[in-house]
Design a protein around this ligand. Structure first.
Ligand code: GLP
Length: 241
């Protein structure tokens, strides 16, 4: 793991954004794995700026998002479909047909999950995966548990995650309790990974991820086994390193 620590969210956006831009420049039809949550917003703001300045062309880029709340209406303002449209896709020249996010309400969940994994495979796999991290060490919605889930699946959110995400909803009761999420196996197949963490609430998880035991109790710790991971932190998230 290469660890980089920055003073501001602006610097984090630039550091991550330039890495994504370099990937797109090198491979214009690259496959990006995208994340939601508040953490990647500086990155997405930077990508919009790079696009507006004519530096990056997303015309041939393909994307797969990590996850989506099960059962949520895609027009709900907290759906990850809406998040991606509002914060990135509507602001750059990406072809909507080249963007995929798990369907929150499929007729057959197992078939949707299998089809999602197959679509990633047939796109050639993910070249660069963007990740955030939960305060409990989760990545995507792979919560601490007794196994590393291999592929896309329906996951139960933990109480910690419902508590952390309730800030976006009217109350904890309104937070969906399940999500469709890429598995640890799907994430580990990405050829390169950038994981971003900001704020003191992530410090313990960052410490476990980078130097703790590799264990499903901290799903992000599995990234120690990936050959190409860049960790981008602010000083607060890095304070226990
Ligand atoms: C969410 C998402 C994750 C995200 C994490 C942290 O529940 N499923 O993909 O990385 O929690 O969110 P935030 O960046 O808002 O702290």
């Amino acid at each position: 793991m290469q660890i980089h620590i920055y003073d501001s969210l602006g610097q984090i956006g630039v550091a991550a954004g330039l890495r994504v831009a370099a990937m797109v420049a090198e491979k214009p039809d690259c496959v990006l794995g995208l994340a939601t949550g508040s953490t990647p917003l500086p990155l997405y703001n930077e990508l919009v700026r790079l696009y507006n300045d004519g530096i990056v062309d997303f015309g041939r880029v393909r994307t797969f998002n990590l996850d989506e709340y099960a059962g949520i209406d895609i027009s709900h303002e907290q759906s990850y479909h809406r998040f991606m449209a509002d914060n990135l896709f509507s602001k750059i020249n990406i072809n909507p047909a080249n963007t995929r996010i798990p369907n929150p309400s499929p007729q057959d969940i197992a078939a949707e999950c299998a089809e999602y994994d197959a679509a990633i495979e047939s796109a050639g796999g993910i070249d660069l995966q963007i990740l955030g991290i939960g305060g409990n060490g989760h990545i995507a919605f792979n919560e601490p548990g007794s196994v590393f889930p291999r592929s896309t699946h329906l996951a139960d959110l933990t109480e910690d995650t419902i508590e952390a995400n309730k800030r976006f909803f009217a109350s904890a009761d309104d937070v969906p309790k399940k999500a469709l999420t890429m598995g640890i196996g799907s994430i580990m197949k990405a050829r390169s990974i950038i994981i971003i963490a900001t704020g003191r609430s992530k410090a313990k998880a960052v410490k476990q991820m980078t130097s703790g035991d590799v264990t499903p109790l901290c799903p992000a710790s599995v990234l120690q086994f990936h050959p190409c991971v860049t960790v981008i932190l602010d000083r607060e998230a890095a304070e226990l390193l």
